[in-house]
Structures are given as C-alpha cells and as structure tokens.
Write a protein that binds this ligand. Structure first.
Ligand SMILES: [Zn+2]
Length: 246
C-alpha cells in the first residue's frame, strides 16, 4: 500500500480555512491539483497548506507517485468541493499532476489511499465522487478526460490491498539531498540536468538568498541517500552536500 505521512496544519490555521470540525465523512471527493509545475508534488502541496495557503482552499490529503501526505484530520470540514454539502460531508483528496511525476502511479497511490480511508471511516464505494459531482468543475481533469477512466479508478480502489505493513515504525525514513550553493542559476541548472538526465532523478533548483541550490526528490532509507551522495561526489557536481529528512 502507498506510503503515508502526516504533516498536519496547525489547529489555529485549520480553523481559518475550514468550516470547523464536524465533517460527516460521508463522501470521498477526488481532485487533481491542476499544477503541472516541476516539483509540485505532495510534499510541496502539504508545505503550501502548512505555510498558510493564500487561497481560500483546503484539502485533507495530497498524493503523488511516491507518497500520500495528510494535512487535515478527517473531522475538519475542508474547503475543497465548492459546495456546502461537499465541504461538510467530504474528505478531499488531491492527486498531483506535476510534470516530473508519474501520473499513473499517483492515481494508483490515490486508489490505495482511498481504499484504506473508506475502510477506516466506513464509507461506501458508491460515495466516492469527483469534485465535478458537487460543483460542476472540470476536476479531476485528466481522469475526466479519460487518461485513466473513472470506472478503472473505482476498480483499482475495489482491488487495492489495504493491508498495513506489519510494523510501520520500522519503515525506512525518506531523505533528500541538498547541494551547497551556486552563485548563478546557470551553474545550478547544469548540475540539475546531470541529476535529471544522467541519473534519472527528480530534482529541482531552490533559490537561497541571491544563490541557488539543487534539491533532489526523496530517497527511501539512509543507505540510498548515501549512495546518491557518493554519486554526486564522484561526478564532482557539488563541493558540499547535505542529507536532510524529507
Ligand atoms: Zn477539485
């Protein structure tokens, strides 16, 4: 089953961007983020919510091709569905569509997550709906366009394995690599290109003051992160690297 992580928005922040804590938890409302930017993965969306999303919007979960991240406990009535009932009775799930992610895998992960939630919260599979069902919005867009059909998605959920790992606490943690700074974006860009094209990694550039760093996607387990760090050193891509928890 999909790797699950919590990065909960503070209660003070949650109170500002929800209708409160009395979610009837009758529906699962499926969305896509519509954000195709590189790096716009579940972690980025969870951070956006945690930092105080500037839009009047909120959602419980974001899922990408690597993991599902929870921002709100299910009792919060998030502003996701665009209608009173949709918001007050729905658990909102956003599927990431970042261009550096694997859409099909993200959809599979969403199916795995939803299978777990409907079991935990005792929600009928008939009450899994699209955002479109409540507000008429063209969401989830790719699924509505048939990239993966809705009926296929429901079948994935029905077939998903909801078996939790025996001992989730022993699961290896996730790490990212962060390089030291480069003084120009161009220098960072050439490092980024090696990581993306030669190593086949997810990576992006982060601005740090007037300088730039390159940050990778996540590696599972410290061993994998150290192996990746050695690759960077061998290729002389950075003088300094940091392994940071993801
Ligand atoms: Zn939506």
């Amino acid at each position: 089953m999909v790797t699950i992580r919590q990065k909960l928005v503070s209660a003070t922040q949650a109170a500002k961007i929800t209708n409160g804590k009395n979610n009837a938890k009758k529906y699962i409302v499926v969305h896509e983020t519509d954000n195709t930017s590189v790096g716009a993965d579940a972690d980025a969306h969870a951070r956006l919510q945690g930092n105080g999303n500037s839009r009047d919007a909120s959602w419980h979960w974001q899922v990408d091709d690597k993991e599902a991240v929870q921002s709100f406990a299910h009792y919060w009535q998030c502003w996701g569905a665009g209608t009173y009932i949709g918001n007050n009775q729905g658990i909102q799930i956003e599927i990431c569509v970042n261009s550096d992610g694997n859409y099909k895998k993200a959809v599979e992960n969403a199916a795995s997550l939803i299978a777990k939630i409907i079991k935990d919260e005792n929600i009928s599979i008939d009450n899994i709906v699209q955002h479109h069902y409540f507000s008429g919005k063209n969401c989830p867009r790719n699924m509505r366009a048939g990239k993966i059909s809705w009926s296929n998605f429901l079948k994935m959920i029905a077939d998903a394995d909801t078996q939790q790992p025996e001992n989730p606490s022993t699961e290896p943690l996730k790490y990212r690599l962060l390089t030291g700074t480069y003084s120009t974006r161009k220098a960072a860009q050439s490092v980024l290109e090696v990581m993306q094209h030669r190593f086949g990694w997810v990576a992006y550039i982060e601005q740090d003051g007037t300088k730039y760093r390159v940050k990778t996607g996540t590696f599972t387990g410290l061993n994998a992160a150290q192996h990746a760090e050695n690759k960077i050193k061998t290729a002389k891509l950075a003088q300094v690297t940091y392994i940071v928890p993801a």
